[in-house]
Design a protein around this ligand. Structure first.
Ligand code: ATP
Length: 294
């Protein structure tokens, strides 16, 4: 269930057996025997997970099982009921801007005049109510970073338009830019593909995969549908009433494991190009309540 972190290779020497320990980096996220309880109810327990820098991990499972709660536990918004949680070697909530967060999607009012570039900038100075830092040198550096991250997510063409006039996919890229603007080492994304059409789902999934692997950012992403992200993923965490399973997609995303976890027949098919397709996975509801706030 838990990925192997420490690797020790035994090598024969003339006088006996020596331990040649291969150095491995510290995991950026670590849950050990973690449990979450809300409203007096245990949502999940016994969750073991380690995430390394540059790994893309999806949190999957049916509605209401506690996927967003897992993200909130990592953020320190919801305290873990049991177990040990470390985020960049510290307790949840203590790593500050080293952790980027994109909450579950809220749509922007079409009449909202604030520009995409301003929304991205709020990732830098939102805690100061968008009032820029006074020093000109800092302002220039901030502007450069805002431009850079907008370029990174491919939003330059529309970043100066009012965000309410941008499409759902464009808004989502700008929000990802906002979450990235402080160069986080960990990015926590709560259903960033929700309510996007299929081409946008795969474009945004590819963007997140690229940021994760090229910028060495550890990404934990809550998702309902594994298909758009499957071929970018390093690991998945499946939570269901039957428990939680962590592992590489091929070990977790298979008919037997998912049928057991979902307690309903789920079939995983393999396409000619080696991609997995999940069929029969319980659908997300058409309407989401806004209980993710806070
Ligand atoms: N503060 C709270 N008090 C009581 N119950 C809560 C609280 N927050 C969440 N819950 C409940 O905990 C359960 C898990 O919620 P969570 O949002 O983590 O699930 P989820 O797997 O992300 O769901 P979805 O797929 O529908 O987004 C839900 O039944 C929810 O109603």
């Amino acid at each position: 269930m838990n990925p192997v972190v420490a690797k020790a290779a035994e090598s024969e020497t003339g006088s006996g057996v020596a331990l040649d320990v291969t150095p491995t980096s510290e995991p950026v996220l670590c849950l050990c025997g973690a449990a979450a309880r809300v409203g007096g109810r245990t949502l999940w327990s016994g969750v073991d997970l380690e995430v390394q820098a540059g790994e893309f991990v999806a949190v999957l499972g049916p509605n209401g099982v506690g996927k967003s709660t897992l993200v909130k536990v990592l953020l320190g918004i919801v305290p873990a009921a049991e177990g040990e949680i470390r985020v960049l070697g510290r307790r949840p909530g203590e790593a500050g801007s080293r952790v980027g967060y994109l909450p579950q999607r809220r749509s922007f009012d079409p009449d909202l005049r604030i520009r995409g570039v301003d929304v991205v900038r709020m990732g830098l100075d939102g805690d100061r109510w968008g009032v820029p830092l006074p020093w000109a040198r800092n302002r220039r550096a901030q502007q450069r970073r805002v431009d850079e991250v907008i370029e990174l997510v491919g939003a330059s063409a529309y970043a100066h338009r009012p965000i309410g006039q941008c499409s759902g996919g464009e808004q989502q890229r700008l929000l990802i830019a906002q979450a990235l603007v402080r160069r986080p080492e960990v990015l926590l994304l709560d259903e960033p593909l929700d309510s996007l059409d299929l081409p946008n789902q795969s474009a945004v999934a590819a963007l997140i995969g690229r940021i994760c692997h090229e910028e060495n950012v550890a990404v934990v992403m809550v998702a309902h549908d594994v298909n758009p992200i499957l071929h970018h993923l390093d690991r998945v965490v499946y939570i269901a009433e039957g428990g939680a399973v962590c592992g590489p997609p091929s070990e977790v995303v298979n008919s037997e494991t998912l049928t057991r976890l979902y307690r309903t027949p789920v079939e995983v098919l393999s396409t000619q190009d080696g991609r997995l397709v999940v069929v029969g996975q319980p659908e997300a509801p058409a309407v989401h309540t806004n209980r993710h706030a806070g």
